[in-house]
Write a protein that binds this ligand. Structure first.
Ligand SMILES: [Zn+2]
Length: 287
């Protein structure tokens, strides 16, 4: 005969079942809370990541945003992303009011593939690599037009500049010498971006009469197409600080050379426009 369980077992069983249910519901609720909380954290984290990504994209877009320069009377040009206050920049301005360290040596000097004065040192026959091809293209175009040109002087160290300056100052005095030749640290020749150009025959060599030669006239009219500017034009002594030098050309790249040609401004007169562009590039985080 089957033995019956005592009647008082049932309430205990019920109580235990109830407790188990409470624990189970509590556990599930807790797990649900943890899950919801985690999901909330993940969502919040994703939103933060998304915001960071969006902010980075805005910063990157600003950094890459083109900055334009419009010189009076010239078509707008895109500002190169560079620090123009550094002598390495092809837009650097160097002169009496913008000296550079006499220790500065350009990083990539090279004797260009054009005629140079072979009685000069390798240094003085050299230019920055960036100006080499444009120089070659300009000399080739000049030759096609019947003008055989030669570089008289390219890069000059500050030490060599001192030799030239002292030599002239010794004969005409320091003040007069400084109208014709820069002091050490104040010459564009030290950047490797300036060249004194002459005819192969050296007629009117480093002389103002070079302006009236067919070669000098061709250079004045065409050099901008290859990125070179006549750096010290006639009548600009007050702003450039130097006398008219129809033989001295400076590489700034085709865009700026063309804008300067169109506006008829010297690099010195255009400098405030360049500075404004550089400030914008700096503000945008591009440099
Ligand atoms: Zn020169």
């Amino acid at each position: 005969m089957k033995k019956r369980r005592p009647r008082h077992d049932k309430p205990i069983l019920k109580a235990l079942t109830f407790c188990a249910l409470v624990i189970l519901v509590g556990t599930i609720s807790f797990q649900a809370c943890v899950y919801i909380n985690n999901q909330h954290d993940i969502n919040e984290k994703n939103v933060k990541i998304q915001l960071i990504k969006e902010k980075a994209a805005v910063i990157e877009a600003l950094r890459k945003k083109p900055v334009y320069i419009t010189l009076p009377g010239a078509k707008p040009i895109r500002a190169i992303v560079d620090d123009y206050t550094k002598p390495d920049s092809i837009w650097a301005i160097v002169g009496k009011t913008h000296p550079i360290s006499t220790e500065y040596i350009p990083p990539d000097l090279k004797i260009p593939d054009v005629a140079t004065r072979t009685d000069k040192s390798d240094d003085e026959r050299s230019v920055r690599a960036i100006a080499n091809t444009p120089l070659k293209m300009m000399f080739e175009a000049a030759a096609k037009a019947g003008h055989n040109l030669m570089i008289g002087s390219g890069y000059r160290s500050a030490a060599l500049q001192k030799v030239y300056f002292d030599s002239l100052a010794g004969s005409v005095g320091e003040v007069d010498a400084n109208q014709a030749i820069a002091k050490p640290g104040q010459s564009e020749h030290q950047t490797g971006l300036a060249v004194d150009i002459s005819t192969l025959s050296r007629s009117c060599y480093l002389d103002q009469c070079f302006a009236t030669t067919a070669d000098g006239l061709w250079l004045a009219d065409n050099s901008y197409k290859y990125g070179f500017i006549l750096r010290f034009p006639r009548g600009s002594e007050a702003i450039t600080g130097y006398q008219y030098e129809p033989w001295h050309f400076r590489y700034v790249g085709v865009d700026l050379a063309t804008a300067l040609h169109e506006s008829n401004l010297t690099l010195d007169a255009a400098w405030p426009y360049l500075q404004t562009a550089e400030k914008t590039l700096r503000k945008n985080g591009a440099i």
